[in-house]
Design a protein. Structure first.
Length: 495
């Protein structure tokens, strides 16, 4: 896939830095914005937040939404055919890899250093959490990644690739170290350039970032719940849940987008504005079949703009469907707005994580399940259909069912709710098996609505993708880059 979108990470960040600096300083063309040494760490922070968020919310969101079967490639355009067919090459994610390592993650290292020098542990925590988030997504998509020797600049231009399990251990330790700082010290200061929790006061900002850190840790432990590290992960989960750990009770999101070039939502900017095409991403029949079968038309209308004959989903990967039988105008289009929020972790995701943790501990989660599903609707400005969560309703929690039944219900609802956050839906399916894989195509009479189907034009012999390929941007310069991987190889935490 040729990357056409070049995201200027500085434009949106400078929109907010502008309020903290004079007009002459902001417009000074003799100041190099790419030289962080001349900037305060507080002003590097939003640049780094947009770099990490922009990479995950655009490049990774597109492929994850395809592989989660929330959407599929249009049959009247060609932008994402190779992704939908599982036909990747090492160069596909060069830009994303470089942006994270040379951009956001590196910038956050500078923020950490500057924050530590000032003793502003509020700012330090913010940098650690966003950096951890970026590293964690990289490790989930690529497995082994540079971590312990990364971000050293010219001191180490060929960092080793750490095993994913060691990366996770390092990330959790980094969060714990940041959470252990003295947040009562007078050197702590409110960070008004923070794009995630930039409203309120110092106390609420610190509290929200602590909750973000805890929720991120919980997510990483749950990733390991079916891995060889299951016992240790479950022990850590149990400790968090029984010790009154506070988790996100609001969205951890960037919301300050405006409808201008390079200042709009990352996915909108990437997929629509920069390509000048609004219809590349279409509704997958996989998600359409599930929503239709359960009478969930309000959510369907919140996710997709109907075609000329109503809502219609294209079979996953059927981008060669002839227009004589499936005109382009017939297939529903993904609704994207320039002012959509970008969610690092949304409130409903936090609730789904907590519900899964408690379910795995053998606790009743019926109320928490209903709360999570309701929050997933609310994120899109709608409410669940009347009665759908009640006993006998299509989405009723199976209190009397088996543990497998309960996990299936929970993860299926999370899959539907993670629309536009498809990387989480993709990773969840790979570790839990929900939604299930269908043995037949979506057009077969025996097809079960909502089960994932092998892409119509897939090239991997019926095997589903599990990861991305190591970028040639790494292998061309770093001899430590692993070789021989395929996109159907499992990441370390996958069962």
């Amino acid at each position: 896939m040729k990357k056409l979108f070049l995201f200027n990470k500085y434009l949106i960040a400078l929109l907010f830095i502008f309020t903290a600096t004079s007009c002459s300083e902001w417009l000074d063309v003799n100041t190099d914005p790419n030289n962080p040494a001349t900037m305060e760490p507080e002003n590097i922070l939003p640049v780094a937040q947009t770099s990490v968020g922009g990479t995950i919310g655009a490049d990774f969101a597109i492929v994850a939404g395809l592989w989660s079967q929330h959407w599929t490639q249009s049959n009247v355009s060609s932008q994402y055919k190779t992704l939908d067919a599982y036909s990747l090459v090492p160069a596909d994610y060069n830009s994303a890899w470089n942006e994270l390592y040379a951009g956001g993650l590196n910038d956050l290292e500078l923020v950490k250093k500057g924050a530590a020098e000032k003793g502003n542990w509020n700012l330090y925590l913010q940098a650690v959490v966003v950096q951890t988030y970026g590293f964690q997504i990289l490790a989930d998509f690529f497995d082994k990644i540079p971590y312990s020797e990364a971000l050293k600049g010219l001191d180490n231009i060929q960092p080793k690739f750490d095993d994913g399990q060691n990366v996770y251990a390092g990330l959790i330790a980094a969060i714990d170290e940041a959470l252990g700082k003295d947040f009562d010290a007078t050197s702590n200061a409110y960070v008004k350039t923070d794009l995630v929790f930039g409203t309120g006061d110092l106390g609420s900002q610190i509290d929200n970032w602590k909750k973000f850190a805890n929720t991120l840790k919980l997510k990483m432990y749950l990733r390991q719940a079916e891995s060889a590290n299951k016992a240790a992960a479950m022990s850590a989960i149990s400790a968090m849940m029984t010790n009154g750990t506070q988790f996100l009770d609001t969205h951890a999101a960037i919301t300050q987008f405006i409808d201008e070039a390079s200042r709009s939502n990352f996915l909108y900017e990437n997929n629509i504005r920069q390509l000048n095409v609004a219809t590349n991403l279409r509704m997958s029949r996989t998600i359409e079949s599930f929503l239709s079968a359960n009478g969930d038309f309000g959510r369907m209308d919140a996710y997709f703009a109907p075609g000329n004959a109503g809502q219609y989903g294209l079979e996953q990967g059927d981008y060669e469907a002839p227009t004589t039988t499936t005109p382009g105008a017939r297939v529903s289009t993904v609704i994207l707005s320039p002012t959509d929020a970008f969610y690092f972790i949304s409130y409903d995701e936090s609730l789904f994580l907590q519900a899964e943790a408690r379910l795995r501990m053998g606790q009743d989660i019926s109320s928490l399940y209903n709360e999570a599903v309701t929050a997933a609707y609310a994120k899109f400005g709608i409410a669940p259909p009347a009665g759908i969560l009640d006993a006998g309703g299509a989405y009723a929690y199976p209190s009397g069912g088996s543990d497998a039944d309960k996990l299936k219900a929970l993860m299926t609802q999370k899959w539907v709710g993670m629309f536009k956050q498809g990387w989480e839906a993709f990773f969840d399916q790979a570790r839990t098996g929900y939604p299930k894989i269908s043995p037949v195509s979506a057009t077969d009479p025996a097809y079960v609505p909502g089960e994932l189907v092998y892409a119509k034009n897939g090239v991997t012999g019926g095997k589903f993708p599990k990861r991305l390929l190591y970028p040639s941007a790494s292998s061309d310069v770093n001899t430590n880059t692993p070789t021989g991987e395929t996109i159907t190889d499992k990441v370390w935490w996958m069962p």
